[in-house]
Design a binder for this molecule. Sequence first.
Ligand code: ATP
Ligand code: MG
Length: 344
Amino acid sequence: MILDKIIGFFSHDISIDLGTANTIVLAKGKGIVTNEPSVVAVQNDKFGKVRILAVGREAKEMVGKTPGNIKAVRPMKDGVIADFDMTEKMIRYFIEKAHQRKAFIRPRIIVCVPYGLTGVERKAVRESAMSAGAREVFLIEEPMAAAIGAGLPVREPKGSLVVDIGGGTTEIGVVSLGGLVISKSIRTAGDKLDIAVVDYVKKKYNLLIGERTGEEIKISIGSAIALDEPLTMMVKGRDQVSGLLNTIELSSEDVREAMKEPLKEMSDSLKDVLEQMPPDLAGDIVENGVILTGGGALIRGLDKYLGDIVKLPVYVAEEPLLAVAKGTGKALDEIDLLQQLTYE
Ligand SMILES: Nc1ncnc2c1ncn2[C@@H]1O[C@H](COP(=O)(O)OP(=O)(O)OP(=O)(O)O)[C@@H](O)[C@H]1O
Ligand SMILES: [Mg+2]
């Protein structure tokens, strides 16, 4: 026990929830050390060499607002690495930040990945963490991390159902006895909701807005169900017809209409998983309900929306944006759990 504590104290091991929207890093014994958007801002210098200007929050501020030679890149798309080089640079930046820029430290790293990645996609994650300075890399699947982080009894012979709605993927998992019994991952999540809002505003109001504005609208007034008192928001953009800047008033009803299709894809997937549920675990789910994690869990009324469709109680986890990261952190703290739950 004491030896464990001493080793833990000197350990530089970290876990990374490498998300499409946000990357959260935990260090053993320290908890969350960074929590920032998964964005890298780069500039091409006059010799054509790529220079990193900013990573994380500062870089996200630049999305859609950059002059010609500066580019804000989101290296992860739909839950997987879209730009290997940028992902590696981003991981390196976060590792160094976690270790107060002591670049010589080579930690063991647990990285959380979506369920059902192909071998090639898993290899890409592993290699980018290795070339960013890891000594050894373990992968943990996102629904499992979400279930652990949400405090569900993952090691008991009891079914728990978690739905993690991130930026790139919605992951549904039934966990029992430390393993995923059923899992499903679809590439419809927060980002697709933002795009749906952008498309709707363009079609209905002829107004062009960017994805960042789409996200702001979704967060500020988006709702999965009709609200007793609809919310409204003034939205600025460019009129498609006149080409001039214009402002319109958008309501939560507009946003609900806009998000209808992607929300249905999420509820359809949940129904699919419930249809595959082994009867012995079904009773546990009826009793304990469905737990929502990830940033998408914060969509107004999503618990009620899904609950009405699947006729089960649906709850939002405490601090849903941190659930997966907390789960990877717990795996980091308990080496036996780590060996049981990670896979190559
Ligand atoms: N209050 C809110 N209401 C609705 N959506 C929100 C809210 N807060 C954050 N989000 C959305 O949650 C998403 C980010 O969630 P999260 O950090 O869990 O994703 P991620 O882990 O980076 O992505 P993934 O797991 O898919 O790779 C974004 O699409 C963001 O717009
Ligand atoms: Mg996530």
